[in-house]
Design a protein around this ligand. Structure first.
Ligand code: ADP
Ligand code: ZN
Length: 723
C-alpha cells in the first residue's frame, strides 16, 4: 500500500486542488484512476506517489480502480499542465484533458487485442502418444503463435492440454486500427539541393531554440522538415510535425507514410474514434515516433522529443478557439525548451509577429527565395472588375480569366478556381423592400444552396425552406447577392460544356475521406477544373495545374481587422503557389475591385519583404499587435439580461484596473459584438488594446470571477476573428 495525490477530472475552479488517496503499490505517476469524491466516483490523474500519508491515514480513502498499467500521461505533461493552467487560468484538470484523446476520457472506445500463446518452460516434454499435443509443443518452441490460428491448426483440446500441462500462456497485444495510407509504397530518397542542405546545417548549428524557415511555395521546405525528422530518429529521438488541416493534405500523409512507415502516427479528426485512440497508444508505447497532426497533436504523448515542426505557421487554426485558448506556438516553445530541442516554424508567408522575432534575432532565420530547380513563380495578372462591369460584363469571370481558362483547357492542363464562399449565393434579398433572409438563431444572413434548394445558416447549420416570396412585403422579386462556389460551377458548365469540373468545399467533403477522394480524383486528372474555398489553398502539389483564378481577392481586405491586409497577402500567395509547380509555366488571374490596393501590389510581385516592412510601419504607427495586445473579454448568454449583468461587472472591474494604471490602456470599451447572436446566444464584449501583457493575469481572473451559471465570460488575446 502507498499513497497518491490525485487531480480529479472535474472542470471547476473550486475543486482545482490535489487530493490524497491510498493506492496499490504498482500505481505510478501519470496513471488514470477512479476515486470516491463528494459522494460520487469520478476519474482522476495521479500526480505523485509516496510511501507515507501526509495526514491521518485513517481518514484517507482508497483509490477504487487504476485504469493504466503504463501511465497514460508522460512526466512532461505535469510541467506543461502547470504552465497552461497558470497562463490561461483554467483548472488543472482542464489542462490535463488536452493530453488525452477525448474517446479515452469518455470511455467510448473498444480496445482491440490480438491473443498470442507462448511457452513458459521450453524444456518440458510430453507423453509422445498425444501426437497433436507434441506437435503443438514443438511448434511453440520455435516462437510465439497467434492464438486463434494456432487453435485451428492443432485443435482446442490439444491447446488446452498444453496450457495446463506445460504452463503455456495466452497473452494479449493491443492491436491497432491504423490507416496504412501509402505505407506499401517504396521510398526513393532525393538528393538535397545545396539550399536545403545549408538550411539544415544552419538550423543544426544555431544556438536558438526557434527557427523560422521563410521559403516561397515550392522551395522544398517539406523535404527539409522530413530530412530533419529522419536525422532526429537516427539519434533515437522523437518528433512532432504539425500541419494546419491534416485531412486536407493527403499527399503529405502519403509522403510521410512512404518514408517513415509505421513510425509515423497520424492524429486527425477524420479518423474513427478507434483509429485515433490506437494511433495515440502507438505513440505512447513508443512504437511510433513521429506524431503528425493539426493543432492538438502538439500534446502528443511522446518522450524524448528531438524536434517540433510547425508548417504554415501563420495559419489561424494554430490558435485554439475553445478553452483553454492556447497559442500552439507558445505551447510548442515550452515543449522545445523542456526537451532541449529545436522548434522549426515554416511558411511562404510568415506571420508578421514571427518575422519580427526572426529579423530582431530572437529566432533563427532561413530564407529560401527560389523554387526547387529555379522554376519561376507564376505570373499574376490583375483583372479590374470595375472595368469589366463598365463594359457590360456582369458574370463571375473577367475576360482575361475566360481566355486563360480556354487556353489551359485546350492544352489539356488543369485549372483551380478559388472563391472563399460556399453555397450558391451569399444572400437572398427582396428587391421591393430590401428584406434580407436571416437565421433565427444567429445574427447573420442565410446562404442559398442550389443543390438542396434551401437556405442555410453557416454559423449554426440550420436549414430553411427557400422563399418563393418576401415574408415582409409579399413581393416576388427576389435577388441573389454574392456568388458562391455552386454558382461558379454552374456558370463554368455553361461556358465550357465539355470541361469536367469538381467542387471542394464544406458541402462536398462530408464523410471520412471526402477530401481525399476529391483531391486524388483531381490529382489523377479525372477533372479539368477544381473549384473550391480556402480548403484548396493549402499545400497541394498538382503538376498539371497551370492556371489559378482568384475570383474575389478583395473579400478579406474589407474585414475590420488589423490582420486583414496580412490575411489577404497570405491567401493570394498560397493560392497562387498552386500554379505551375512542375515543368510548365503557371499563371494566376486575380480579380479585384480595388486593383490599386498596396497589399495586392506586393502580392503580385511576390514581395513579402516589401509587404512586411510596410505592415510593420503601419502597426507601429497605429499601435496594433505586436506593438500592443488586443484583449477581448467575451460575454455570452441565452438571455440579454444575464449577459448584461456580467458585462457590467467585468467592465467595472477592468475599469478599476485602468484607473490604477491608465498608461497600460490604449483603448477600452464595452459593446455588442459585431455578430450580436450566434447559435441562440447573445454576445457582448469588453474590448481593449493594452501596451503589454502585464495586466493579462488580472483580466483572466476577472473573467473567471464574474462568470455565472447563466452567462460565461472568457478572455481572447489577439483574436483571429473579431466578429
Ligand atoms: P514547399 O514545401 O516549400 O512548398 P515542397 O517541399 O513541396 O516545397 O517541394 C516542391 C517540389 O519540389 C515537390 O514536388 C518536391 O517533391 C520537389 N523537391 C523538393 N526537394 C527536392 C530535391 N532535393 N530534389 C528534387 N525535387 C525536390
Ligand atoms: Zn444560425
Amino acid at each position: 500500500m502507498q499513497y497518491c495525490s490525485v487531480i480529479v477530472d472535474i472542470a471547476h475552479s473550486q475543486v482545482d486542488k490535489v487530493f490524497e488517496y491510498s493506492c496499490p503499490d504498482q500505481t505510478q505517476v501519470g496513471c488514470r484512476v477512479k476515486v470516491p469524491f463528494g459522494g460520487r466516483v469520478v476519474d482522476g490523474f495521479v500526480m505523485g506517489v509516496s510511501a507515507n500519508p501526509s495526514f491521518d491515514a485513517s481518514k484517507i480513502k482508497p483509490v477504487r480502480y487504476v485504469y493504466d498499467e503504463q501511465p497514460a500521461l508522460v512526466p512532461e505533461c505535469f510541467s506543461l499542465m502547470q504552465s497552461i493552467a497558470q497562463r490561461y487560468r483554467v483548472p488543472k484538470a482542464v489542462a490535463l484533458r488536452l493530453f488525452l484523446p477525448s474517446e479515452m476520457r469518455l470511455g467510448r472506445v473498444n480496445e482491440v487485442y490480438t491473443k498470442y500463446i507462448k511457452l513458459i518452460d521450453p524444456d518440458i516434454s510430453l507423453n509422445k502418444a498425444a501426437k497433436k499435443q507434441a506437435a503443438a509443443l514443438e511448434e511453440l518452441k520455435n516462437g510465439d503463435r497467434e492464438f486463434t490460428s494456432f487453435c485451428e491448426q492443432f485443435g482446442r483440446a490439444a491447446v488446452n492440454a498444453i496450457i495446463e500441462k506445460c504452463g503455456a500462456e495466452v497473452y494479449k497485444v493491443r492491436r491497432s486500427r491504423t490507416p496504412m495510407l501509402g505505407e506499401e509504397e517504396e521510398y526513393i530518397p532525393v538528393e538535397l539541393t545545396s539550399a536545403q542542405q545549408s538550411a539544415l546545417n544552419y538550423i543544426e548549428s544555431s544556438p536558438k531554440t526557434v527557427q523560422l524557415i521563410h521559403g516561397v511555395t515550392g522551395s522544398g521546405k517539406t523535404e527539409i522538415y522530413l530530412s530533419y525528422i529522419a536525422e532526429v530518429l537516427k539519434r533515437g529521438k522523437t518528433a512532432i510535425f504539425l500541419v494546419p488541416e491534416i485531412s486536407l493534405t493527403p499527399q503529405m500523409l502519403r509522403q510521410l507514410r512512404r518514408r517513415f512507415k509505421g513510425q509515423a502516427a497520424i492524429m486527425h479528426s477524420g479518423l474513427s474514434a478507434g483509429e485515433r485512440f490506437d494511433e495515440w497508444w502507438r505513440l505512447r508505447s513508443g512504437e511510433a515516433k513521429i506524431a503528425i497532426g493539426a493543432r492538438s497533436a502538439i500534446f502528443a504523448p511522446l518522450e524524448n522529443l528531438g524536434a517540433i515542426i510547425i508548417d504554415e505557421e501563420h495559419d489561424p487554426s494554430y490558435q485554439s478557439e475553445t478553452a483553454p485558448r492556447y497559442s500552439t506556438v507558445e505551447v510548442a516553445k515550452l515543449r522545445a525548451e523542456y526537451n532541449g530541442c529545436k522548434l522549426i516554424l515554416g511558411s511562404a508567408t510568415p506571420s508578421v509577429e514571427s518575422y519580427i522575432c526572426a529579423t530582431e534575432g530572437q529566432y533563427g532565420l532561413v530564407e529560401l527565395p527560389q523554387r526547387i530547380n529555379k522554376k519561376p513563380m507564376p505570373q499574376i495578372i490583375i483583372s479590374d472588375m470595375r472595368e469589366e462591369v463598365k463594359r457590360g460584363n456582369n458574370s463571375a469571370f473577367s475576360r482575361a480569366l475566360r481566355e486563360e481558362l480556354r487556353e489551359t483547357l485546350s492544352q489539356g492542363n488543369q485549372a483551380i478556381i478559388f472563391l472563399n464562399r460556399r453555397g450558391y449565393a451569399k444572400t437572398v434579398i427582396c428587391q421591393d423592400c430590401g428584406y434580407v433572409a436571416k437565421c433565427q438563431n444567429c445574427d447573420v444572413s442565410l446562404t442559398y444552396h442550389s443543390e438542396e434548394n434551401c437556405l442555410k445558416c453557416h454559423y449554426c447549420g440550420a436549414k430553411y425552406r427557400m422563399l418563393s416570396a418576401c415574408p415582409e412585403c409579399g413581393g416576388v422579386h427576389l435577388r441573389y447577392g454574392g456568388t458562391g462556389t455552386q454558382r461558379v460551377v454552374a456558370d463554368l458548365k455553361e461556358l465550357f460544356p465539355s470541361a469536367r469540373i469538381l467542387r471542394m468545399d464544406n458541402d462536398t467533403v462530408s464523410g471520412k475521406d471526402g477530401h481525399y477522394k476529391i483531391l486524388s480524383a483531381f490529382g489523377r486528372h479525372e477533372a479539368d477544373i477544381l473549384v473550391g474555398t480556402q480548403m484548396i489553398a493549402k499545400g497541394h502539389d498538382f503538376p498539371s495545374v497551370t492556371l489559378v483564378g482568384i475570383l474575389d481577392a478583395d473579400m478579406s481586405l474589407h474585414f475590420s481587422d488589423y490582420r486583414s491586409g496580412e490575411r489577404t497577402f497570405q491567401l493570394i500567395t498560397q493560392v497562387a503557389g498552386r500554379s505551375g509547380r512542375a515543368d510548365e509555366k503557371g499563371k494566376v488571374v486575380l480579380q479585384t475591385y480595388s486593383p490599386e490596393n498596396y497589399i495586392l501590389r506586393y502580392a503580385v510581385n511576390y514581395d513579402y519583404k516589401g509587404f512586411f516592412e510596410n505592415e510593420v510601419k503601419i502597426r507601429r504607427a497605429t499601435n496594433f499587435p505586436p506593438y500592443s495586445l488586443i484583449c477581448r473579454v467575451m460575454v455570452t448568454a441565452e438571455e440579454d439580461r444575464a449577459a448584461l449583468a456580467v458585462l457590467k461587472d467585468v467592465y467595472f472591474a477592468i475599469e478599476d484596473l485602468r484607473k490604477a494604471d491608465e498608461d497600460e490602456f490604449i483603448f477600452f470599451n464595452k459593446m455588442h459584438s459585431p455578430i450580436k447572436k450566434i447559435q441562440g446566444k447573445v454576445r457582448y464584449q469588453v474590448l481593449m488594446r493594452l501596451k503589454s501583457q502585464k495586466l493579462l493575469p488580472n483580466i483572466y481572473d476577472i473573467a473567471v470571477k464574474y462568470s455565472t451559471a447563466e452567462a460565461l465570460a472568457y478572455v481572447e488575446e489577439n483574436p483571429q476573428n473579431l466578429s
